[in-house]
Ligand binder design. Structure first.
Ligand code: GLU
Length: 442
């Protein structure tokens, strides 16, 4: 079968988001994320005495199992006339605090357990940062770099048709995730609009032209760097240096946010390879290079990095690629004192223990990368109001909201003498559990 490989184009921010489209990252080794997230939840609810607080209410079960799992197949015609089959998922985990919310991932290794884990994280994340949403996640098992733009559009439209009765501006709001961007959100909106009258708010992360929010594409990277700046202060790090794994939407915007705050980025990589310069990399120039070539490789202002970026000698490591990047096998190689998780689940549960023992502070994904869904919430509010905000307002509100969550987590971690990850789960689960009880179960 002939397969068309096309690079994805779009606005500057989208270009960063999806560049390198000719190659998709693979995970170092299979990890069972869902088992990891469930065992962490069990550990936390035990510490919280949740069962004793609310006996026989089955609250724990609500966190362990999603509300609804949607699995379906779609048939999509390729440009050469042949028809391919794609596995599609949407997992709605919990909507106690508001409608289901979470991205859609296109990746060849997408599977049901992964989508369930990602949906669970969305429930915890939205509760932690105090936005009125629940948690969901979607995915298609596809390598988007192997489809033409027309084929991708047909796939997105079929996926949307399959979910017409499940998604909606007041029920379940998808957004971009790995392998998708504002372009796919515009297609979902357009397909949904053919069938429903109220449609603007059906997805977030839309292009500005069709109701997106200013500041949304940079929000995850910006939010990460807000939490990073707090942690730098708390740890008393002087002139820290940063290494970034992954230079997609999250990594590139985190790099730009570091540069804007005068923080030196010494090393970055992407699926093609890595580069370093121990005098600091010129990030705006690197972003320009990536926009032109599709990769960080070959950037003239740095040398080729041969070793694993996880082991790069730096103060701060930002894993912004896929889950399972740091495992029990390679955790001992980490030299950084601070890890800020841009990806979802980049540190496995085993590795988390190793790094905690090594004294490395980890700002967990559900806090560190929450800037994306926080600004998704602002996008929903703007869509409902029909009134659009200036970028400064979006960024100021994001900064305030994520900083408040960071402070709550760091206070709780200190008070209970637990990791930031455990403190984050603790706060979020407590909030949801209280709401479940107040709402009653009749
Ligand atoms: N995919 C992003 C995440 O994992 C954003 C989700 C959203 O905006 O709904 O947080």
């Amino acid at each position: 079968m002939t397969r068309v490989i096309e690079n994805i184009t779009g606005s500057a921010a989208e270009t960063i988001e999806t560049k390198g489209a000719a190659k998709v990252a693979t995970r170092p080794k299979p990890t069972n994320l869902y088992e990891d997230v469930r065992s962490l939840i069990l550990d936390i609810v035990d510490k919280m005495h949740l069962e004793e607080r609310y006996p026989r209410q089955n609250i724990v079960q609500r966190f362990l199992e999603p509300d609804k799992v949607i699995v379906f197949t779609v048939y999509v015609q390729r440009d050469n006339g042949s028809v391919d089959i794609f596995e599609c998922y949407r997992v709605q985990h919990d909507d106690t605090l508001g409608c289901y919310k979470g991205g859609i991932r296109f990746h060849p290794e997408v599977n049901l357990d992964e989508v369930k884990a990602l949906a669970t994280w969305m429930t915890i994340k939205t509760a932690l940062v105090d936005i009125p949403f629940g948690g969901a996640k979607g995915g298609i098992k596809v390598d988007p770099t192997k489809l033409s733009v027309a084929e991708l559009e047909r796939l997105v439209r079929k996926y949307t048709q399959g979910l017409l009765n499940d998604i909606g501006p007041a029920s379940d709001i998808p957004a971009p995730d790995v392998g998708t961007s504002s372009r796919e959100m515009a297609w979902i909106y357009d397909e949904y609009r053919k069938h429903r009258t109220v449609a603007r708010g059906v997805v977030t992360g839309k292009p500005i032209e069709v109701g997106g929010s200013l500041g949304r594409s940079a929000a995850t990277g910006n939010g990460m760097v807000c939490t990073m700046m707090q942690a730098i202060k708390d740890l008393g790090l002087k002139d820290p240096t940063v290494a970034i794994q992954g230079f997609g939407n999250v990594g590139s915007h985190a790099a730009l946010a570091c540069a804007a705050r005068g923080i030196t980025v010494d090393a970055v990589n992407d699926v093609y390879g890595g580069i370093y310069n121990n005098q600091g990399i010129n990030i705006p120039a690197l972003v320009q290079h990536v926009n032109q070539t599709g990769s960080v490789v070959g950037f003239s202002g740095a040398d080729k990095l041969l070793d694993d970026i996880i082991a790069y000698p730096c103060d701060i490591l930002l894993p912004c690629a896929l889950e399972g990047a740091i495992t029990a096998e390679n955790a001992h190689m980490v030299q950084a004192r601070l890890i800020v998780e841009g990806a979802n689940g980049p540190v496995t549960l085993d590795a988390d223990d190793v790094l905690n023992d090594m004294g490395v502070l980890i700002i967990p994904d559900i806090l560190a990368n929450s800037g994306g869904v926080i600004v998704s919430y602002y996008e929903t509010v703007q869509n409902r109001q029909g009134l659009y905000w200036e970028e400064k307002k979006v960024n100021d509100l994001l900064y305030r909201q994520i900083t408040k969550a960071y402070q709550q987590v760091s206070n709780m971690a200190r008070k209970q003498n637990i990791s930031y990850r455990k403190a984050s789960y603790y706060l979020a689960i407590d909030k949801i559990a209280r709401a479940i009880i107040m709402r009653g179960a009749q």
